[in-house]
Design a protein around this ligand. Structure first.
Ligand SMILES: Cc1cc2nc3c(=O)[nH]c(=O)nc-3n(C[C@H](O)[C@H](O)[C@H](O)COP(=O)(O)OP(=O)(O)OC[C@H]3O[C@@H](n4cnc5c(N)ncnc54)[C@H](O)[C@@H]3O)c2cc1C
Ligand SMILES: Nc1c(O)cccc1C(=O)O
Length: 488
């Protein structure tokens, strides 16, 4: 089939009946549920972009194997041009969502592509796992499916490993093997957008201990597989508030969910790893499933930071405060953060690594540096918006106030900004800024940037330990050689 349209994506959602729990009730028709309607529409638009002549050549290509047009996220890049072709889709999707949707379809498509191109890792443990992963990549590519993922255990007792939790099946684990497949039970989190996806892929960050064998799992199943329960967090928008009042929150909220597996059957052909702690711990570092998505998240994060920076700049200009050096300093700082990340991303793409298979991998150090900086730079950008908008951020009236005949004159007089910025213009801008920096929606966006790539504390420690391996600190040796010269 190849690339789907938005309509085909929505028809796919309608054809399934996953068990979704939202605010204490079962959702029977996800497409008609107010909370999900707009996010579904935003994802559908991304699917439609694949058919739009403005984007098609940039973000899709003809698959050599099938002759069908597929998304560039499925490319195994062997040339710098192909790396750029992949970047084009990350950029197009991030621009369409202002970088605010983190788990657009391209994200997990990259994970799968990397698993496919590095399936030799799985082959070393079990050739069937490798075969399954490769076949699954083709299914997702050719049917253009939208995946969610859950790679974290529920947050019960982090000081204990999976097999030490109070119940054997608190964390997702294998129960028994059957002729049809593996029965699994327990929970996994934090499946962003799960209610509006087609399938879910399960794997884990490293951290398994001996004794955790039953939890060492990787597989993918349809989102409506019997026994799979999706428990949504409290929504951060009700799907009813007007786009005018909440121009971002009403459009781009990504629902997050806990996935509970009640004796779910994973068909053997959908199993990629099982009962092997070593393989589960090495899956993430050895298959590029962490590294390749960092290119997508780098592009998306850059655009999100650019958006926040532009909002801060516009805010300052609209009320005439960007004439003050303190405000200019804050804005200059954001601009420099943004340009540093832009340069890092460019360098990552230029200084790619070529794997033995011929696949190109954007530079690890640069992408990991972006990952390390964004959890600090994005919250700072949000803080600058709060500082510049100050009390005005809390003063925006609603759409209905602005339109009320008795209030119109007051609105235009007292809510206007500097000369040239009308009351309506200023309120619109401040509402946009408040969605980003004040609303629960904006707080989630902040939490996303802090944690989407894992715990930033441990990630930075891992980065340093890797960095140390190829930094012999030889400049210090050169400086110290002065003593050797003196003794001679
Ligand atoms: C908005 C959002 C969306 C997300 N979407 C997804 C998704 O779609 N799919 C998915 O799988 N995951 C997703 N994640 C989950 C993300 O992977 C995790 O949040 C991240 O890995 C951190 O894990 P945790 O939240 O369980 O925090 P924890 O690991 O429980 O950490 C809590 C605190 O304890 C500290 N801590 C815990 N353990 C240790 C330790 N061993 N050593 C030192 N300090 C420690 C941490 O530094 C942190 O401060 C999402 C997260 C967010 C916030
Ligand atoms: N956070 C990630 C994820 O959820 C899946 C794959 C990769 C990552 C990552 O940022 O490394």
């Amino acid at each position: 089939m190849g690339i789907r349209t938005g309509d085909q994506y929505i028809r796919g959602l309608r054809s399934r009946q996953p068990e979704i729990w939202l605010q204490g009730r079962k959702v029977t028709n996800v497409c008609e549920e107010a909370v999900f309607r707009q996010p579904i529409h935003e994802i559908a638009k991304l699917y439609d972009m694949q058919h739009d002549e403005k984007y098609q050549e940039k973000i899709t290509h003809i698959c050599q194997e099938t002759g069908e047009r597929v998304n560039n996220a499925f490319l195994v890049a062997k040339t710098p041009e192909e790396l750029q072709a992949k970047r084009a889709v990350y950029e197009a999707y991030a621009k369409a969502t202002f970088g605010l949707m983190g788990r657009t379809p391209d994200f997990l498509n990259i994970v799968l592509t990397s698993l496919y191109s590095n399936a030799s890792f799985l082959e070393r443990y079990n050739p069937q796992w490798a075969e399954n992963a490769k076949n699954y990549y083709k299914v997702v590519r050719d049917q253009d499916l939208f995946l969610t993922h859950a790679i974290i255990n529920p947050q019960n007792d982090r000081s204990k490993s999976s097999h030490e939790q109070s119940d054997v099946y608190t964390h997702l684990g294998a129960v028994e093997e059957t002729p049809e497949g593996l029965i699994v039970k327990g929970a996994k989190m934090l499946a962003t957008l799960a209610p509006i996806t087609d399938e879910v892929i399960i794997y884990s960050f490293p951290g398994f201990q001996p004794g955790d064998e039953r939890y060492a799992l990787a597989f993918a199943i349809p989102i409506d597989t019997p026994g799979l329960r999706i428990i949504c967090r409290e929504p951060m928008q009700d799907g009813i508030r007007s786009v005018y009042d909440h121009p971002l929150a009403s459009r781009f909220e990504e629902m997050d969910a806990l996935l509970v597996f009640h004796d779910v059957l994973v068909p053997w052909e959908r199993l990629f790893l099982y009962n092997n702690v070593e393989a589960a711990n090495l899956l993430y570092p050895k298959t590029g499933i962490g590294q390749q998505p960092a290119h997508q998240t780098g592009v998306r994060g850059l655009l999100k930071l650019q958006f926040a920076t532009e909002v801060a700049m516009r805010l300052a200009d609209s009320i005439g405060v960007d004439v003050y050096p303190n405000v200019q300093n804050n804005l200059g700082e954001l601009a420099q953060s943004l340009e540093s990340l832009r340069a890092l991303l460019r360098t990552a793409e230029l200084e790619y690594e070529t794997l033995p298979s011929g696949e190109l991998m954007p530079g690890y150090v640069q992408l990991e540096t972006i990952r390390g900086l964004l959890p600090k730079l994005y919250p700072r950008a949000i803080e600058v918006i709060q500082i510049i908008g100050a009390g005005g951020l809390l003063m925006s009236p609603t759409d209905s106030d602005l339109e009320h005949p008795e209030l119109v004159a007051d609105m235009e007089k007292f809510y206007a900004g500097r000369v040239g910025i009308s009351g309506t213009d200023r309120v619109r801008l401040f509402k946009l800024a408040w969605d980003l920096c004040g609303e629960a929606f904006g707080q989630r966006l902040l939490q996303y940037e802090r944690y989407y790539t894992g715990d930033p504390v441990r990630k930075l420690a891992i980065f340093y330990n890797n960095y140390k391996k190829f930094h012999a600190c030889t400049m210090v040796d050169d400086a110290l050689s002065v003593f050797a010269a003196k003794t001679r």
